[in-house]
Ligand binder design. Sequence first.
Ligand SMILES: Nc1nc2c(c(=O)[nH]1)N[C@H]1C(S)=C(S)[C@@H](COP(=O)(O)O)O[C@H]1N2
Ligand SMILES: [Mo]
Length: 494
Amino acid sequence: MELGFPWWLRVEHFVNIVFVTFLIRSGIEILGTMPKLYRSLDSMPGTEWARFTVRQQPQNKFFGSIDEEEDYSSIVSMPGGNKLGVGRYWHWIMVIGFVVSGALYIILLFFTGQWQRYVPTSWDVFTQAWRDIVTYASFQIPEHPAGRPFNALQQLSYGFVILILSPFQILTGFMQSPAIAARWPWLSRLLGGRQVVRSLHFIGLGVYVAFIFFHVSMVVMHGYFRETSKMVLGDSARPLLGGAIFTLGLLLVVVLHVWATRVTLKRPRELERVTNVLWRPVLRVLSRLRSRQDYPESMISPYHRSNGRCPQTPEYQALVAHHYSDYRLEIGGLVENPMTLTLDDPRELSREYSQTTVHHCVQGFTSVGKWGGVPMHRLLELARPLPGASNVAFLSFQQMDRDDPGAGGDGFFYETVSWDEVNAEQTIVAFSLNDDDIPMDKGAPLRLRLETSTGFRMCKWVERIEVIGEYADIGKGRGGWWEDVDFYDRFQQI
Ligand SMILES: Nc1nc2c(c(=O)[nH]1)N[C@H]1C(S)=C(S)[C@@H](COP(=O)(O)O)O[C@H]1N2
Ligand SMILES: [Mo]
């Protein structure tokens, strides 16, 4: 068959320029909040195999993982200015476009026989591709077989990017989601664990960028106008017209980037709304996935990063001074049986329950810990929720403007958890980490563990648990402290 440039292939090529460039810039934003790549789930500082920051950890000062974030320029990152949440929103929006259009494209390739343009049918293609490289290296254009749109090198590289690299990026992207890694921990481990997956996703980005560089260079070598007009008009009969339209299209993409960056820096909540409309149906399904994590104790990390500074409130300080013996956990709100527990009660109710799981911070670091605690569903069974109960709020001792001014907000830290999530097997109120009392910086005496979600929701230094109806009525109404002050959505399981 004649393999020309059908219209759907040309449309796909153009929309892909938009998706891929947005994915690259927002991906760099995401990388910047944890600008180090690790091989091991511990993500132990000092063991990174690559770093994209010059910042060093100070010796005598508290250095939370938030202090590790890098603020890259908007020219390379989307939107720039250290806005991880917003960068994530762009990544998720574009990934939907990339996956949907990519799937359509691959279906069309196979139904129309156009797959032959990318899938070689003989091993000779490799020797031929090598000859093509040699030809290019001497600044000449290799021949390509009659009736074929590409030479062997082009066929191999395009086929690789479309049929191997892109699905690989999608897989390694999704496997970084705590909800997915929690549901299929074996798959995450098969790929080498979250940090290897993150590293592979980054290497995939590098290969993409290298491909784009060589691809664009080849187009220029072959003749910019002739080649780009194939991508607009389907042939090179009117190179000037085609080339001019293509150039205009590229300019449009640049304008789109500039506009999108400006708008999101100004009105990030609107971007959040768009993301939520697109993603909430998927996230609802994900939030029902039970975590099945059960890592062997031999994998427990020797070191865990900390995020958030300890409460400095007089009540909390007094508790610390008395080794938490005066601590009382109140469970109230929409329940028939409000309770006040001492620290011994959760221990007794836990019946020695523990889980060895991976902590996924939204920034990207992970570590494996053995958490002892009482499953929330047991506490709720005792408290007997009343009709109308649909969320559970965890309120912390930590008062952010006083205790952690660097985080950029005020009021007490809190998080609300949906009914599905709070009743999940691995949602616990933890009192021990690796068989010891939880250290102060990890949320002593009690903290929430929510294994299918990202770390920012796992409220530390819990003072009270309240069963509530709508979460919009508390705090600033977005369901949690970070949700209120930053651009992380509580339904995000990714
Ligand atoms: N009260 C409170 N809880 C909090 C935070 C915080 O700043 N304050 N930070 C969250 C974030 S962003 C993460 S990643 C985890 C970190 O838990 P760790 O210190 O045990 O690693 O706690 C979460 N719980
Ligand atoms: Mo975090």
